[in-house]
Design a protein around this ligand. Structure first.
Ligand SMILES: [Zn+2]
Length: 475
């Protein structure tokens, strides 16, 4: 310590001393919940200001921008984040959490608007960079401090759609009319969130084609959960028996539906009204009426529905999928009367026209929700100009989504996303990734859809937003 001469006190000197000052303090109501949630549930919670949407982490009681009391507005954040800046601690001190050298970084969790300080380990010090993605590693034993997150380690780059959705403002039709209200403007609509649906099974895709096709209710719940994590707001389901056969059994379909709802209560479940080949009209609709899912598929024309080899044109399965006008009318009525929103499946323009004809009876609630299906052997193949023609033929305020069989899947969802429509992917329609390898599950195809949405700058709809857009009751 520097010693200064004081005039008139040439003999004075300073004594150097040290003082240990252990102390405890009350972390506060907000701080206590933050620490105990990490300790007991391994969850990192922030608080979100409802006025300016800033998510504070560490949490605080009052927003420092607008002084709103935010202490009860908790949001769960992901365990991943980004290093915004860092330093290397190079000198040891017994009060420090690690022997030097180690990295102390400011880390902004995905979904948070403010960074907080923590240790980065499990990589070389010289590899730590500003902008690097990191993931929390929780302590095995509690210390009742912020070190119940033991440290952060490098994480693979991945978009966490739920974190992005937590951070942004919820879409509100009062501020921003939906695509279906302004389609005629001709300008691509990138503001309406895009609904991503995952079709987990279909009636025909089997485990020997892709082992991730679910059969049991537990497998459905797991697949649905993965799709939900990846950004899907809805799953479309054809229930199966344990051996993989498509089933119309009410008990089995309800068990499958309920297993998904138990695991992901927010997710919209869309049940198929085409429950496999050779089922009667009664078998197809009675399960919908019994279970009353939020949404169900409604098929619009009688058509060939075969399996034909693409390269050679050789027919493997020749089948007529019967959907008469009477069935279309009766199924529509049964769904609408039971509070089930029909997803109107159009395999070509004829199916769309059939629906518009029947709709004159005043059966459908507003808005109508259409799905343009491409590439079924018996329906039309994907063509960009056919897509536009179908979109232009929709009734006012109708929504549209799309799906395509095999490699038709990617171009059709891209076009839909670009035109303000929605996207369906999943193993029912396609078992492969764009590069041709088998998808690890429908969730990986959902990730492709999310990357298309982000490339176009469109937000991905939460289930709440999807319900608003499609005209369903809020949950
Ligand atoms: Zn289906």
């Amino acid at each position: 310590m520097a010693k200064e001469q004081v005039a008139g006190f040439e003999d004075s000197y300073e004594v150097e001393g040290k003082m240990a000052l252990p102390y405890t303090y009350f972390a506060g109501r907000v701080g206590s919940k933050f620490i105990t949630t990490i300790r007991d549930q391994q969850k990192i919670m922030g608080v979100k200001c409802p006025a300016c949407n800033t998510v504070y982490l560490p949490p605080r009681q009052v927003c420092d921008k607008d002084f709103t009391d935010i202490r009860d507005n908790w949001v769960e954040l992901n365990n991943t984040g980004t290093v915004t800046t860092f330093t290397v601690v190079r000198y040891d001190d017994r009060h420090l959490p690690r022997p030097a050298p180690y990295v102390l970084a400011l880390i902004q969790l995905d979904g948070a608007g403010t960074p907080f300080m923590h240790i980065v380990e499990e990589c070389k010090i010289e590899d730590v960079k500003i902008g690097m993605k990191v993931e929390a590693v929780f302590a095995k034993e509690t210390t009742n401090t912020i070190l119940d997150i033991d440290h952060f380690k490098p994480a693979p780059e991945k978009i966490s759609i739920h974190a992005l959705n937590t951070a942004r403002k919820q879409w509100n039709p009062a501020d921003e009319p939906a695509t279906n209200e302004k389609r005629k403007g001709g300008k691509p609509d990138m503001a309406t969130p895009v609904i991503i649906a995952a079709a987990l099974t279909g009636a025909a895709t089997m485990k020997n084609q892709n082992p991730s096709v679910p059969y049991t209710p537990e497998e459905f719940a797991e697949e649905a959960w993965k799709c939900w994590q990846a950004g899907a707001a809805m799953v479309h389901v054809h229930a199966r028996e344990d051996g993989g056969m498509a089933t119309h059994d009410h008990g089995r379909i309800k068990a499958t539906h309920d297993a998904i709802k138990d695991r992901c209560p927010e997710l919209i479940v869309n049940l198929s009204s085409a429950v496999g080949m050779g089922k009667t009209a009664e078998q197809r609709i009675s399960q919908i009426v019994a279970i009353k899912p939020e949404m169900a598929s409604l098929n619009t024309n009688t058509m060939n529905f075969g399996i034909v080899e693409r390269k050679t044109g050789k027919i493997f399965i020749d089948y007529v999928f019967e959907n008469t006008f009477t069935m279309l009318q009766d199924f529509s009525r049964a769904m609408e009367e039971n509070g089930v929103k029909p997803e109107i499946e159009c395999y070509d323009m004829g199916g769309l026209d059939n629906t518009l004809l029947i709709a004159r009876q005043g059966i459908f609630s507003d808005p109508m929700n259409f799905n343009f299906v491409w590439g079924v052997a018996g329906g039309q193949a994907f063509r960009a100009e056919s897509f536009i023609a179908m979109m232009n033929a929709l009734p006012p305020r109708a929504n549209f989504t799309t799906c395509g069989v095999g490699t038709d899947e990617f171009p059709c969802i891209m076009q839909s996303c670009l035109l303000g429509g929605h996207m369906r992917v999943g193993l029912e329609d396609n078992i492969r990734m764009p590069d041709g390898r088998l998808a690890r599950g429908s969730y990986e195809l959902v990730e492709v859809a999310v990357s298309i949405a982000s490339a176009l700058g469109r937000p991905v709809a939460t289930a709440t937003e999807a319900r608003l857009i499609m005209g369903m009751k809020p949950r």
